[in-house]
Each structure stands twice: as structure tokens, then as C-alpha cells.
Design a protein around this ligand. Structure first.
Ligand code: PLP
Length: 468
């Protein structure tokens, strides 16, 4: 138990922690992180942890990139605060927009800056409405997301999210937010169904949903190229081709949520390239600044930008924007981040490291607790199963994912359980030895939890036998 006047004690008295069991936290307290060094963070007692999740899928360049500190310092000295409202502008915002448009996986006309991934998705939804309204179809407003998607936590972004805890007792999703199938072949595929057959079935279900709702009322479909917080779900072969054919048939816009997959994570600059998405809007955040500053962006297709211009002629002001959206220090740091990705060939580093990453994850797939092991680029996961052969999950009460993550933490690796999926998303600059350390620890953590579960089962059986 921490002392009341320690940092941990003061935390428990004052802070609400996002996505945390608040009652449990009141009992257990925080892990206080004090500094970062490469792919490691250090706690307030000097213990070092490899950050296996790059913070929250963010710190692609690790935790001590001096060039980003320098960029922030210089911008703070030159123009520490300003805004883009009413036609004001400044160099880092302009240069960041130019660079993003040059990098975009499909031709994009403009960039609109926000402060987070949630705001980016919220903004994208408003642009969908604006676009359809400009074309005389204001009723084309419903939006389809997927079960197990994670798109953020504002009222609209949480409505897109397809996870129960984002909705329960918040009175969400809002009306007009629909969810279609999760493209998780391992869990949702029928016996003997190939990835292609599964993808065809899901595209068929999507088409039926659009027809049931009325194509004139459906404005957009949103997808993460790889689902992140829903469990690192990699789309089955041909999925996006088949889905996009349906969207095109009914004039439904595609929003690609690249908040996790953007900037090299999947081995290409964008997940759209890895999985063949041709989006109308792209939302970005996280690795856009390597997590060093809060910034997000929406990239806007030429057709949508044209509609926005038309709307502006009719309505006057484009009535949307956040005070700090495109903040000078955030854009300066993001710009420097993108330069470093190029200067250091971070994409090349990801491609060089990806085979080792995939091989180590695949090897964990043969552990008796693991049902599925998957990876693309430098993001991956293992899915824990009570009976991997018959795909029977653990009862949630066992909290097996959390147990594995706890055992890994005790050995110096920070991971995050997504129910019984343990996900991996290390900084993109991780080297071969650091990757080996990460997976050696996970292997030991799995062995420990397997032994704990065996002991638990033996004790339960003994107790049952006594009762009988
Ligand atoms: C795919 C995806 N979209 C959107 C968000 C929301 O981003 P933020 O937490 O910056 O609002 C997240 C956050 O994890 C995400 O993973």
C-alpha cells in the first residue's frame, strides 16, 4: 500500500484513469512512469520496462527522440501558440499538410487538423454529412461500423466503436450508427469456411444491411485496416475488395481509420496500401507525432473537398474546427516525425524486423494456452483459448489475458490485454535483441499462467471431490 502523500497515493485521491477498472484502481493504485529511454520506460523506483505497446500504439520512435524535443523547443521559442481559424496560418501546419498529402495512399486534396483520433473520426462523420448535403442528399447520414471496432470515445466516435464497454450505461450508440460483422476469420468463420468465403459472406451481410436500412439513408462505412483495440484483427483475404464493391454500388463513402495503422505499422506507410483500401476520408493520429504531441488529422478526397467549397459558397463559414487543431507545436513535432520516418528509413526498419516479429508470434501459437497467433508488420496478437483445438474461450472470470500481462510486467515488459487477446505493438525502432527479450518474457509469462491454471483446476477438482 502506497503512502497517502506519495505520488501513487495522490494519484488515487485525484485522478480518473481512462479504460481502467476504477474500483480496482482505488485498491491497487497506479504504475507511475517517470521517464523513457529508447523502447523502454522507467518507473518511479527505477524499474525498466520494454513498452510492448508503444504506449497506446503511439510512440513509433521510442521515448527519447531528441530531434522531436528539439523541434518542439524551437517552435515554442518561435510561435508557441496560434490557431488556423478565420484564415490564419503558419509554416508547420502548411508544411505538415503538404507532406501528408504527398504521402497519402490515394490522391487527397486537403488535410484538416484535430487533436486526437476520436476528433478525427467525429470530424470525418461531419464531413460525410456535409458532402451528401451538398449533393442534395442530406438524408444519407447513417454510418456503418463493425462489431469490435475501436474508433474512440466522443459521442459519435464511441457510437462507431463496436465494443460493449464503450456503450453500456452511456446510452450509446446514438441513432443512425449501425454495426456489421467483425471480420475475424478465426473466431467468426464457419467450420471449413475459407477466408475468401468468409469475406464473401460478410460482404453479403453488409449489402443486406444497406438494403434493409435503405441505400438512400446510408452515408458511410468506417474501418480500421487492422482492427486494433478490438483484438488486432487482420482482415481475411479479399475482404476489402468485396466490401468496397458493395460500398461503390450504393454510393457509400469509405472512411479509413488509420489511427493505429498509419505511418509504417503494417509494413507500408498506410494500412490502406497493405490491404488495398481506396478511402474517401482518412483519419490519423498517434504515430503522426510518434505520440509526442496530441494531434490528429483528416485527409479529404478531391470530391469531398469540392463539395465543401460549394457548401461554403452557399453557407458562408465552414462551421467546424477545434481551437488547438493544428497547434503550431503539435504540427512542428508531427512534421519532424514524418521527416525522421524518411531520414531513418523507418519503413525499411519495420520490413527488416517484421519476419522476426511474425516468427516469434507464430512460435507462441503452439503454446497450449494460445488458439491463434497473428501479425502484420510490427503489430500482432495471441488469442488465448481454454481449448485451442475446439476454439473454446476461457470463462471471463479467469482473466487469463490480464494474468499473462501481469506476469510479463513483473519481468519488465508492458503489454495490454484486450480481453483474452494479448497484443503487441512495439516502437517501430525496436531492434532484434529487444524483440527477442519481449517474446522470451511473453513465453515465460504464458508458462507461468499455464501452471497457475493447472493448479487452480487441480484445487477445484479436489474441492469438488470432497463435496461429492
Ligand atoms: C483505430 C483507432 N481510432 C481512433 C482512436 C481514438 O483515438 P484517441 O484516443 O486519440 O481519441 C483509437 C485509439 O486507440 C484507435 O485505436
Amino acid at each position: 500500500m502506497d503512502r497517502a502523500n506519495s505520488l501513487a497515493g495522490r494519484d488515487r485521491q485525484t485522478l480518473v484513469h481512462p479504460f481502467t477498472n476504477l474500483a480496482e484502481h482505488a485498491r491497487t493504485g497506479p504504475l507511475v512512469i517517470e521517464r523513457g529511454e529508447g523502447v523502454y520506460v522507467l518507473d518511479d523506483e527505477g524499474r525498466r520496462y520494454l513498452e510492448g505497446m508503444a504506449g497506446l500504439w503511439c510512440t513509433a520512435l521510442g521515448f527519447s527522440e531528441r530531434r522531436l524535443v528539439q523541434a518542439a523547443r524551437e517552435q515554442l521559442a518561435r510561435l508557441p501558440a496560434y490557431h488556423l481559424f478565420g484564415g490564419k496560418s503558419y509554416r508547420p501546419a502548411i508544411e505538415l499538410a503538404e507532406r501528408l498529402l504527398a504521402l497519402a495512399p490515394v490522391p487527397m486534396a486537403k488535410a484538416l487538423f484535430v487533436n486526437s483520433g476520436s476528433e478525427a473520426n467525429d470530424t470525418a462523420l461531419k464531413l460525410v454529412r456535409y458532402y451528401h448535403a451538398a449533393r442534395g442528399r442530406p438524408e444519407k447520414r447513417k454510418v456503418i461500423a463493425r462489431l469490435r471496432a475501436y474508433h474512440g470515445v466522443t459521442m459519435a466516435a464511441a457510437s462507431l466503436t463496436g465494443l460493449a464497454h464503450a456503450h453500456q450505461d452511456f446510452g450509446l450508440p446514438l441513432p443512425g450508427f449501425l454495426h456489421t460483422d467483425c471480420p475475424h476469420h478465426y473466431r467468426c468463420g464457419l467450420p471449413g469456411e475459407s477466408e475468401e468465403q468468409f469475406a464473401a459472406r460478410l460482404a453479403g451481410n453488409l449489402e443486406r444491411l444497406i438494403l434493409r436500412e435503405g441505400p438512400d439513408s446510408v452515408g458511410a462505412f468506417i474501418a480500421e485496416p487492422v482492427m486494433g483495440a478490438g483484438g488486432v484483427i487482420i482482415p481475411p483475404a479479399t475482404y476489402f475488395d468485396k466490401v468496397q464493391a458493395v460500398l461503390e454500388k450504393y454510393d457509400v463513402l469509405l472512411i479509413a481509420d488509420e489511427v493505429i495503422t498509419g505511418f509504417g505499422r503494417t509494413g507500408a506507410m498506410f494500412g490502406c496500401e497493405t490491404f488495398g483500401l481506396r478511402p474517401d476520408l482518412i483519419t490519423l493520429a498517434k504515430a503522426l507525432s510518434s505520440g509526442y504531441q496530441p494531434i490528429g488529422a483528416v485527409l479529404i478526397s478531391p470530391a469531398i473537398e469540392e463539395a465543401m467549397l460549394e457548401q461554403s459558397k452557399r453557407l458562408g463559414t465552414f462551421g467546424h474546427g477545434f481551437t488547438c487543431g493544428g497547434h503550431p507545436v503539435c504540427t512542428a513535432v508531427a512534421l519532424r516525425t514524418l521527416q525522421i520516418y524518411e531520414e531513418d528509413d523507418v519503413l525499411g526498419q519495420v520490413r527488416a524486423r517484421a519476419p522476426q516479429f511474425a516468427a516469434r508470434i507464430r512460435a507462441l501459437g503452439s503454446h497450449p494456452l494460445v488458439g491463434d497467433a497473428r501479425a502484420v508488420g510490427l503489430v500482432g496478437a495471441i488469442e488465448l483459448m481454454a481449448d485451442p483445438l475446439h476454439r473454446i474461450p476461457f470463462a471471463p472470470g479467469f482473466k487469463v489475458g490480464a494474468r499473462v500481462v501481469q506476469r510479463a510486467l513483473e519481468q519488465g515488459v508492458i503489454l495490454r490485454p484486450l480481453d483474452d487477446v494479448v497484443s503487441f505493438c512495439p516502437p517501430l525502432i525496436i531492434d532484434a535483441a529487444e524483440l527477442d527479450f519481449l517474446f522470451d518474457v511473453v513465453g515465460r509469462a504464458l508458462d507461468q499462467v499455464a501452471a497457475e491454471l493447472e493448479e487452480l483446476t487441480a484445487r477445484t477438482e479436489k474441492a469438488r471431490a470432497r463435496v461429492a
